[in-house]
Design a protein around this ligand. Sequence first.
Ligand SMILES: NC(=O)c1ccc[n+]([C@@H]2O[C@H](COP(=O)([O-])OP(=O)(O)OC[C@H]3O[C@@H](n4cnc5c(N)ncnc54)[C@H](OP(=O)(O)O)[C@@H]3O)[C@@H](O)[C@H]2O)c1
Length: 246
Amino acid sequence: MNNNTRTTTIITGTSSGIGLDLARALLKKGGNVVINGRNSEKLSAVAAELDAEDRIASVAGNIGNSETGVALVRAAVRGFGRVDVLVNNAGTFAPKPFVDVTEEELDGYLHGNLRGTYLMTQAVVRQMKLQGDGGAIVNIGTVLINHAIGSFPASAPLVSKGGVHALTVSLAAELAADNIRVNMVAPGVVRTPLQGDDVDAYGGLALLNRVAESEEISEAVLYLIEAAFVTGHILPVDGGFITGRS
Ligand SMILES: NC(=O)c1ccc[n+]([C@@H]2O[C@H](COP(=O)([O-])OP(=O)(O)OC[C@H]3O[C@@H](n4cnc5c(N)ncnc54)[C@H](OP(=O)(O)O)[C@@H]3O)[C@@H](O)[C@H]2O)c1
């Protein structure tokens, strides 16, 4: 089969957690994926584990640096002829009281989470506009943007993610004329390496009284990739966390 006939998706932050699960799901559906993460050894191990050599391209690098986004697009075009979908998944997050956050930590979140998503998206949209037949972008946000927890202070990662929420709405409007749809999945707490081993302690935050599994976030991303009449939508996948208390 000619690789160029398959859907090609760039997923940032693919070496663990949600991004890795999504890469598995898209490969299972027969697509091509371009995977990414900062740590090249971790990324190579994941590429080998995914075991679909002719349908994977891999680019290590921090998305906060513009050359990483350009390289991911180049790898997609060289390997598979085009870019159909971008999933802006890469991100870091750790709670810390507001007054203790250092300038370096603040800059790190703004650089990786916000600037990285912005520049990655710019590189992909330039390519999608060249292709001229639309595309789909799905960003990964967080329900904490609209529902903060005083005992779980995370202002620095949240201001960076808040910018990605704003980018989602802004680009949905700007890019609609190009038939490029821009949506977001906003998870609650998900069982991934980012959350560590005590993740189940947060289960009680959700009406469903448990945390999410990565697959449940992937399902929502797959829906938004396919949903041809949905744009600018922020889809909470949070077990009822922002709905109310049981
Ligand atoms: N888990 C949750 O409860 C939860 C809840 C809400 C939102 N989210 C969001 O979901 C997304 C995925 O998180 P996860 O839970 O799956 O975490 P994870 O297991 O730690 O995976 C994060 C991935 O992103 C990569 N990454 C981080 N910063 C990067 C950067 N600047 N450039 C390139 N790659 C980068 C990491 O690899 P390297 O370290 O090698 O770069 C890794 O592959 C994040 O945006 C996170 O904020 C997670």
